[in-house]
Design a protein around this ligand. Structure first.
Ligand code: FES
Length: 99
């Protein structure tokens, strides 16, 4: 792994984010380990199961296969961002019910 850091800037769930990251870090790693957004899960880690899916500029992406730098400058929406203010959205509720 390279120790060269790069600047990652994005809007995550409507909030501006600016982080130094390693170029090889996946979007899933940045979301879960750097930002504490653990709603996106690592299931297969191979782009098959969809447990890591987020929207990048409105397009579904497998975060386990997406380098964070591919989302640089983009809007990223995770399941946490679906909340309606402090209320759980119907889609979030469905995720909870289905485990
Ligand atoms: Fe299964 Fe990303 S963890 S598709």
């Amino acid at each position: 792994m390279s120790d060269k850091q790069m600047l990652f800037k994005a809007e995550v769930n409507g909030e501006p984010v600016e982080l130094q990251i390693n170029p090889g870090e996946t979007l899933l790693e940045v979301l879960r380990e750097r930002l504490g957004l653990t709603g996106s899960k690592e299931g297969c880690g191979e782009g098959v199961c969809g447990a890591c899916t987020v929207l990048v500029d409105g397009v579904p992406r497998r975060a386990c296969l997406t380098l964070a730098l591919e989302a640089d400058g983009c809007g990223v929406l995770t399941v946490e961002g679906l909340a309606l203010g402090k209320k759980v959205s119907p889609l979030q509720k469905a995720f909870v019910l289905e485990g």
